[in-house]
Design a binder for this molecule. Sequence first.
Ligand SMILES: Cc1cc2nc3c(=O)[nH]c(=O)nc-3n(C[C@H](O)[C@H](O)[C@H](O)COP(=O)(O)OP(=O)(O)OC[C@H]3O[C@@H](n4cnc5c(N)ncnc54)[C@H](O)[C@@H]3O)c2cc1C
Length: 426
Amino acid sequence: MKKNNNLLEIPNINSKDAIFKKLIYDIENSLFDKDNYSKKEFEHLCVCSGGTTSSCAKNGFTTLDLRKNYSQIYLDRETNLVTIGGGVIMGDLLNHLQKHNRSFPIGLSKLPGAGYVLTGGVSPLSRAYGLAIDNIESIKGFLGNGTFISLKKKKISPEKKLIWEAIKGAAPFFSIITEIELMTIRSNPIQIIEGFVNLNELSEIIKISEKFPENMSLQWIYAQKIYIYIFVELKNNLEDKRIKEYLLLQEKFPALEKNYYENFNEINFFPKELNLYELNVNNHSEVISLLGEDLKNEIPLFVKCLNEIMDNKPNNSCYVASQQLGGKTKKLKHGSSFFVHRKSTWKPWIYASWKKNDLQEKEVAMDWMYKSWIKLKRFYPNIHLAQLHNHLNSHREELTLAFGNRTDELKTLKNIFDPQSILPPL
Ligand SMILES: Cc1cc2nc3c(=O)[nH]c(=O)nc-3n(C[C@H](O)[C@H](O)[C@H](O)COP(=O)(O)OP(=O)(O)OC[C@H]3O[C@@H](n4cnc5c(N)ncnc54)[C@H](O)[C@@H]3O)c2cc1C
């Protein structure tokens, strides 16, 4: 905590700067009392796990900070299932698992908390192991009406089925999850081919990547320049002819370099040292995450569109990036969920940033984000609701594009289990 005890020490600067009404660490009955939130229209309880989003603390709102009392991590060595608290960050999970040579498909940063798991969780390992939600075995927590819930994948009764499915992708709207049990995977070495490329090379690499085997994925960022990561999990199959061929990609693109990592935990994507974009602690930001399928013949059109977007970028802190999913994330082996766009193979995101007190710059940056979103919709029509935007005008559209034909089911769940809208509104 900072000296000013009305501020939170968390990664997201918008939320870090918010002057909240009250900070709570424990889940008590009073938390579910509507009278505590009714002072302002749309006031609700903010929940903080990793604290990486702009919605975990807001001016005048109460925040439930799960980091202090819900930070347990326990790995059962017999089942290799790990149990984490609702306030655990992915870096701590990976550090713990690595001690036992286990791992988990976390995303491109170690900073996100349980919000990463509950909103889907797209990892460079997802093509081989599914989304984070596909690896949930059980959960414990509270519904918005204060009811305690404990659900196990193998013992879901028909009447709990909808709640279970909605927890996987839409939990923040109607529940506070205090414990999550996850499957872990063996920790394998990783080969990364990475470096700066130009737009033509990016176009060629996207084309190649759309045929990647499941243990490979592409992630790229276009900020001041374009930087890519071709991620390869080495699962004893280096002898696989296809992988060997792909590893030769580096020869085709001489600016790329090949790096070997003992495990996933050692990798630091988009590090500061690369100066990819201006990292400014005095900036506020918003991110919107999209979803779409393989670009196939549309790659040249997409690259042209990307170029236009970057030409209009309002400042050097704004960028567009993308990660690849597909493979196992397309399958429903682990049952239905509220991550409905299972056909998706790309998750691009648009990052808009501005000097925190400069409202004019904010307007320009947000306008760029929305206009870029409109341009990209043709290729990526859906939304990955990894960031809750109920404070933005785009919220309703994002909800529909994220939950598709399950939006009404989510509204029903919200009406039943969070009737007073204590948790973030739909
Ligand atoms: C640097 C960076 C890299 C990222 N990379 C990826 C990536 O590779 N793949 C990907 O899929 N996403 C990625 N994300 C997005 C991130 O996973 C989501 O924004 C996620 O929601 C953040 O979770 P959090 O716990 O850190 O955030 P918080 O701000 O603490 O929480 C986010 C929201 O989730 C809700 N929430 C959090 N915990 C709980 C809980 N226990 N119970 C109920 N509700 C809860 C809160 O209401 C809050 O509104 C990245 C984000 C950042 C900042």
